[in-house]
Design a protein around this ligand. Structure first.
Ligand code: NAD
Ligand code: IPM
Ligand code: MN
Length: 379
C-alpha cells in the first residue's frame, strides 16, 4: 500500500480551521483509495513567533523537506506587523524548496453564483500560472533617511545566488525606499516552458502572458522576450502578451475567453485573487506550489482575521488543494473523486448546507463532513 508523509502547517487565523477539514477529507480518501497518510504537524505562525521571538527553529525546513508534500493553511496575524511571518515562513518555503511553478485554477462551479454574466453555455476555466520565485519578491530593498540609501543585498534562490549593491542619492534629501525586481531567463524560461506544456495538455490554443512592458520595459520587456522565445518550441499554442491592466479589465467582462494565464510573481498574486472573485470566492480557490523537491499545497486566501473563530471560513479551497496534492503524488483517481465530490456537494446541497461565503449556513466543520459524505458517490 502506498504510504505518504504529509507535513501540515495550519498557521494562523482560519488556517487551522480549514486545514482541519482538508485533513479529514484526505484521511477519508486514503481509506477509500487504499493508501495511507501520516501527518506531521508544524506549529509555526503568529503564536509560535510571539512566544519564541523567532519565526522558525533551526532545522525546521529540513524536517519539512523529508515529507512527500506540505499542506499549508495561511499565515498572518493582526498582532504581528506585516512581514516576518509572510517573508520568513510562507515565501521562505517557496524559495527554499524552489517551488517555481504556482498553479492557481479558477473554475465556475454548479450552484455557485458568479458576479458576472456569461453567455449561455459558457463556463469559466482559468489557470493562472504564476512564476513563484522572482520579480519584486526577491526581498531586495531598503528604506532610508537623509536622501541617501546604500544597501548591500545578498540573495539566494534555487537556481543561483547573487548580490546587489544599490546606492540611491536624492537632492534635496527626502526619506525614501526602493525594491528591486529581478527576472532571469533561467527562471522565466522554466515557468514558461511548463505553462506551454500544461496548455498543450489542456488542449488550449492560446496562452495569455500578463505583462507591463509599456511602463517597465527593462523587467517586463525582458520577461516578454524570454516567454516568446520559449513559445517557439510550442507551435500549436498562440502566445498573446496582454498588459496586466487590460487583463484586469477584460477578465470580468469575458472570463470565459481566458484559459492559461501566465504571470510574473506580483501580477500572478493579484490576478489570482481576481479570478477567485470571478468564480465564487477565495474560499474555493486552491493552489499548488510545485518544485523539484518538496511541493506545497495551500488555499490562495490568507488567514482572514475578520472571520477567524466564527465558523464562517469556507474550507473548500483547502480541500481542493488536497486534490491538487493528490494529483501531484500520482493518486489521480482520488484527486478526481474529490473534485467530483465537491462538485456534487455544491450542485446538490440546499442553501443551508452551503458555506457562509456562498450565502449558506454550514459552519466550516459541517462543510468538511458534507464533502466526505458526497465522496460516497465518487469512487
Ligand atoms: P485574506 O485572503 O485573508 O482575506 C480577504 C477576504 O476574503 C476577507 O474578507 C476574508 O474574510 C475573505 N476570505 C478569505 N478566505 C476565506 C474563506 N476561506 N472563507 C470565507 N471567506 C474568506 O486576505 P487579507 O485580509 O489581505 O490578509 C489577511 C492576512 O493573511 C494578512 O496577514 C496577509 O498577509 C495574510 N495572507 C496570507 C496568505 C497565505 O498564507 N498564503 C495569503 C494571503 C494573505
Ligand atoms: C499569496 C499571498 C502571499 C503572496 C503573501 C501572504 C506574501 O498573498 O500566497 O497569494 O503575496 O504570495
Ligand atoms: Mn495573494
Amino acid at each position: 500500500m502506498p504510504s505518504y508523509e504529509i507535513a501540515v502547517l495550519p498557521g494562523d487565523g482560519i488556517g487551522p480551521e480549514v486545514i482541519c477539514e482538508a485533513r479529514k477529507v484526505l484521511s477519508a480518501l486514503a481509506l477509500r483509495f487504499g493508501f495511507s497518510v501520516r501527518f506531521r504537524d508544524f506549529p509555526f505562525g503568529a503564536e509560535y513567533y510571539l512566544k519564541h521571538g523567532v519565526v522558525l527553529p533551526e532545522g525546521a525546513f529540513d524536517d519539512m523537506g523529508a515529507a512527500d508534500a506540505l499542506l499549508l493553511g495561511a499565515v498572518g496575524d493582526p498582532r504581528v506587523p506585516p512581514g516576518p511571518l509572510e517573508q520568513e515562513l510562507l515565501l521562505a518555503l517557496r524559495f527554499r524548496f524552489d517551488q517555481f511553478l504556482n498553479l492557481r485554477p479558477s473554475r465556475s462551479w454548479p450552484g455557485v453564483p458568479i458576479p458576472v454574466n456569461l453567455p449561455e453555455g459558457a463556463e469559466i476555466d482559468i489557470l493562472v500560472i504564476r512564476e513563484n520565485t522572482e520579480d519584486f519578491y526577491m526581498n531586495l530593498g531598503a528604506a532610508g533617511q537623509g536622501g541617501h540609501i546604500r544597501a548591500e543585498m545578498p540573495f539566494r534562490r534555487g537556481l543561483y545566488e547573487g548580490a546587489a549593491q544599490v546606492e540611491l542619492a536624492l537632492d534635496p534629501p527626502t526619506e525614501a525606499a526602493f525594491t528591486l525586481g529581478v527576472i532571469t531567463s533561467a527562471a522565466a524560461g522554466r515557468v514558461a516552458e511548463r505553462a506551454f506544456a500544461i496548455a498543450e495538455e489542456r488542449g488550449e490554443r492560446v496562452v495569455h502572458a500578463a505583462t507591463k512592458s509599456n511602463a517597465l520595459p527593462h523587467l517586463y520587456g525582458f520577461w516578454d522576450r524570454v516567454v516568446a522565445e520559449t513559445a517557439r518550441s510550442h507551435p500549436t499554442i498562440k502566445l498573446k502578451h496582454i498588459n496586466v491592466d487590460n487583463l484586469a479589465y477584460q477578465l470580468p467582462r469575458g472570463p470565459h475567453n481566458f484559459g492559461v494565464v501566465l504571470c510574473t510573481n506580483l501580477f500572478g498574486d493579484i490576478i489570482s485573487d481576481l479570478t477567485a472573485g470571478l468564480t465564487g470566492g477565495l474560499g474555493l480557490a486552491a493552489s499548488a506550489n510545485i518544485g523539484d523537491g518538496l511541493s506545497m499545497f495551500e488555499p490562495v486566501h490568507g488567514s482572514a482575521p475578520d472571520i477567524a473563530g466564527t465558523g464562517k471560513a469556507n474550507p473548500l479551497a483547502a480541500i481542493l488543494s488536497v486534490s491538487l496534492l493528490l494529483s501531484h503524488l500520482g493518486e489521480r483517481q482520488a484527486a478526481l473523486a474529490l473534485e467530483g465530490a465537491v462538485r456534487s456537494y455544491l450542485a446538490d446541497s440546499p442553501r443551508r448546507s452551503l458555506p457562509f461565503e456562498l450565502e449558506g449556513g454550514a459552519p466550516c466543520p459541517r462543510v468538511g463532513d458534507l464533502v466526505i459524505h458526497a465522496l460516497e458517490g465518487h469512487r
